[in-house]
Each structure stands twice: as structure tokens, then as C-alpha cells.
Ligand binder design. Structure first.
Ligand SMILES: [Zn+2]
Length: 456
């Protein structure tokens, strides 16, 4: 332990955007911020299966910044392996985490079963990382708190959650350990999110742990609405379909909102919009329930009600895949690691008149990243498929602050931190942000190393 008797250990989300887990400990207590699953490249995914480097039962609490799997997806494993403390988050995060974790468990169980039947897997027998039963067990440990409400964990630790403007219910964490204020940015949203309110300002921090997903980049400022309008009109004119792989949470709602705006303004033809994802349908329902979002006009709601078609059951999905009508399809998964979108791909990816519109961050090793890289063939369902469809990317739809916005958020901190740790970003992004923070603010900054214990 350092002079203050506090240490911070990064157990994931260090030099990668996945697996976020940061342990803060004193000699008496252990509190973890986020408990994410590694995703993407195989060497990252296999880490989910390694022995956890700490004793799970010694962790007293987990504070969850938001529901995304790269922040929440290891919770069922942690709980199964002995963590019996409380998981703290906002009410919207709890509802979304339930949806996301159950879906993830179901996909894993199904994938394992299919792999065993089809014998694609190199592990015999293939196993899910966690099951629906594991998820149900850990969901009982969730306790919710509103933004701005101080929560006392013990005589050394207390915290408060503030809106981070990234997804519904997302938060940055102000953690007080003894006399030190450690701030965890979680994932920070854009300065002007499309549907949410912008991140709350941080007033002071002794130490700051900040994400760097786009630490090395500035988003373009063209309007995604204009790009989508052009893509949709050109594709429909060519007689093709528009396939939009999208994350069920946030991105689907943003795309729907844009489509609603385009329809209200008569900028695209009246075309059916299929949401082929029970999860995206539920996420949209949750989204509509909370007051954290900006109001949506009655006109947009009405036009979406007219054009949106919800596809829930697998048989309805099969029928929609087989139908010959021209359409826009929104389905998961956002990075194409699985999900119903692959069935639309099986039918349309070899058609030159079809368009595929990627709408979010595509991690290394995912099929989404391969499409962006211009791979001529894409492997799914155990074989290679020729990519003839046009591939587009709506970059500026990101739910993440870019470099400028991250620096702006730090700039607005009145009492600046004395040390900054940069996590949740691939090496080049994290390192670029590190240099920028040092240059602009003169604060000693370092890129968090996985497994290293930092004494403060
Ligand atoms: Zn996130």
C-alpha cells in the first residue's frame, strides 16, 4: 500500500476497450468498479476463462457504471465464483443489465449447443461462459441508486453516481476512499448526445481514471442523418435492402429516431422498418420509460408507429428474411459476432444492390471490423460468404466522447486531479490521450497496465 494505504489495480480494460474491471483496495476493503467481459479477439476472449487474479469472495462491492457487456458481462462469473457482495448501479442500468446479461447467457448457451452439434468448436464439449441461471443469481445482488445520491459502503468508502450521457442510465463514479476522491469516468458520451442529456460536470478529483475509446480521434462533424438519407435513397432505387446491424441498446433507438425524422420530413420513401430483435424491442421500451432522455415529438412517434414492424419470434424472423419486399432491417448484433442479422447476411451479403450500414464501434477481431477493412469474404455459420453488398459506416453516431470532448470534460474540472490513469482504449488511443492530457494540463498521466497495482 502507498502513503494513503489505497491501491488501484486494473484487471481489464487496460490497453483494450473490453473487460473493464478496476479494483480499489485498502487493507480492510475491496471495491471493484465495473466487471466487464473481454470481447473481440480470441486472445482477449480466452481471458474470460482464466483464473480470476483476486479472491472473488473478498470483494465487498461492485459499482457498475453502465449495462454494456464490456462493463457488466463478467458479473455472473464473479458471483458464481464466490462474490456475494452488492452490485450498485442506477435503476435504468439494472433493467438494461438484466436484459443484456440474460440475452448474452442465452446466446452463449445456444452457441455452445450448436457448436457441439455441428462440431465447429475446437473445445470439446463447448461450454458457455455463464448460463441463464448464473445471471439470475447475480441479478439478486443488484441495488439501485439515483444520480446524485451518496451511498456509504463502509467506514472508508462512499460513492455517488452522475450522468455520463453514454447510454440510458450510464454513470461516472465519484468514489471517496478515506480522504481521497477518485473519479472513474466510465464511458463518457458525446458533448451533445442525440437522445440523452450530456454528461454531468466533474467538479474535483484527486485521481482520475478516464476512458480512451476515442482518445486518439476526433469525430467528423457531418450529420449521420444526411448520410443515412443518401444511403437509403440510393439503395432503394437500386432495388436493394438496407441492413443496419445495431446494438440493441441506444444505437437502435438513435437509428429509429433518425429514420423518424427522415420520414416526417419526407426525405425517404415510406418503407417498412423491421426491428428484428426482441432485445432491441425491450430496450426501446425501457428507453421510453425513463426521464433521462430528451423529449421526442408526437409526429416522430406517430410516423414510427406506422412504419416500424417488430419481429419477435424466430419463425417471424425467418419469414422476414425470406420476404422479397424492399425494406430497412435493424438487427443485432452490432459488431456481427452473432445475432439474427447474420441470417439477413446469408441471403443478401452477396447482392451488389444491397447496403450494409455499420453504426458503432467495431472492436478488433469482430466481423464488423473485417467489413470495415474491406475483407472480400466474411466467415459465418461455418463457411465463407462473398461480400458484394456495399459497406457503409456511420461514424459520427458514436456514443463515446472523442478526444476533444474527453479533454473538454477534464478541462471543466475545477480542482484538477494530481494523477490520471487512462483505461478502456486500444494502445494507440490511450497513449495519444495520455500525451494530450500531459501537454494541455500538465498532469502526470499513465496508460493503465493490466494486473499492475498502483499505489496512491
Ligand atoms: Zn459502454
Amino acid at each position: 500500500m502507498g502513503a494513503k494505504g489505497i491501491s488501484i489495480t486494473f484487471l481489464g480494460g487496460a490497453e483494450t476497450v473490453t473487460g473493464s474491471k478496476t479494483l480499489v483496495q485498502t487493507d480492510k476493503h475491496q471495491v471493484m468498479v465495473d466487471c466487464g467481459m473481454f470481447q473481440g479477439l480470441k486472445q482477449l476472449r480466452t481471458k474470460n476463462w482464466s483464473k480470476f487474479p483476486k479472491q472473488e469472495s473478498k470483494i465487498d462491492h461492485v459499482i457498475l457504471t453502465h449495462a454494456h457487456l464490456d462493463h457488466s458481462g463478467y458479473l455472473p462469473v464473479l458471483a458464481r465464483n464466490g462474490f456475494d457482495g452488492t452490485i450498485h448501479c442506477t435503476p435504468a442500468t439494472k433493467r438494461l443489465a438484466q436484459l443484456i446479461l440474460l440475452d448474452s447467457a442465452k446466446i452463449q448457451e445456444e452457441d455452445a449447443q450448436e457448436a457441439n452439434e455441428g462440431q465447429w468448436s475446437s473445445h470439446k464439449p463447448a461450454k458457455p461462459l455463464y448460463t441463464v441461471a448464473d445471471v439470475e443469481k447475480c441479478l439478486k445482488q443488484f441495488v439501485t441508486h439515483k444520480y446524485g445520491e451518496w451511498v456509504i459502503l463502509n467506514e472508508e468508502f462512499k460513492f455517488v453516481l452522475h450522468n455520463s450521457g453514454h447510454i440510458a442510465g450510464s454513470a461516472w463514479v465519484e468514489l471517496r476512499v478515506k480522504e481521497e476522491k477518485i473519479v472513474f469516468s466510465g464511458d463518457l458520451g458525446r458533448s451533445r448526445p442525440m437522445l440523452l442529456y450530456p454528461a454531468h460536470r466533474c467538479e474535483e478529483a484527486d485521481y482520475l481514471v478516464i476512458e480512451s475509446t476515442y482518445g486518439g480521434r476526433v469525430h467528423e462533424d457531418n450529420d449521420p442523418k444526411d448520410d443515412l438519407e443518401t444511403i437509403i435513397n440510393e439503395t432503394l432505387k437500386r432495388g436493394g435492402n438496407v441492413l443496419i446491424p445495431a446494438f440493441a441498446v441506444e444505437r437502435t433507438q438513435e437509428i429509429l429516431y433518425i429514420l423518424g425524422e427522415l420520414l416526417v420530413a419526407h426525405k425517404i420513401p415510406k418503407v417498412p422498418i423491421y426491428i428484428d430483435s426482441p432485445m432491441a424491442i425491450s430496450a426501446t421500451d425501457i428507453f421510453m420509460d425513463f426521464e433521462f432522455r430528451r423529449p421526442i415529438s408526437d409526429e416522430i412517434m406517430a410516423v414510427l408507429n406506422d412504419h416500424m414492424k417488430e419481429v419477435r419470434s424466430p419463425s417471424e424472423s425467418k419469414k422476414t428474411v425470406a420476404s422479397t419486399e424492399q425494406k430497412i432491417v435493424i438487427a443485432g448484433s452490432g459488431m456481427l459476432s452473432g445475432g439474427r442479422m447474420l441470417h439477413y447476411f446469408e441471403r443478401h451479403i452477396g447482392e451488389a444492390n444491397c447496403s450494409i450500414v455499420l453504426t458503432g464501434y467495431q472492436a478488433e477481431g469482430t466481423r464488423g471490423r473485417q467489413l470495415i477493412m474491406g475483407m472480400p469474404e466474411l466467415k459465418f455459420f461455418g463457411k465463407y460468404h462473398k461480400v458484394l453488398a456495399r459497406i457503409y459506416r456511420l461514424r459520427n453516431l458514436s456514443a463515446h466522447a472523442d478526444q476533444k470532448e474527453l479533454l473538454l470534460w477534464i478541462n471543466r474540472i475545477s480542482k484538477k486531479p494530481k494523477r490520471v490513469f487512462i483505461n478502456h482504449g486500444e494502445r494507440v488511443n490511450a497513449d495519444t490521450l495520455r500525451v494530450r492530457i500531459q501537454d494541455q494540463f500538465g498532469i502526470p498521466s499513465e496508460v493503465a497496465e493490466e494486473g499492475k497495482e498502483y499505489l496512491i
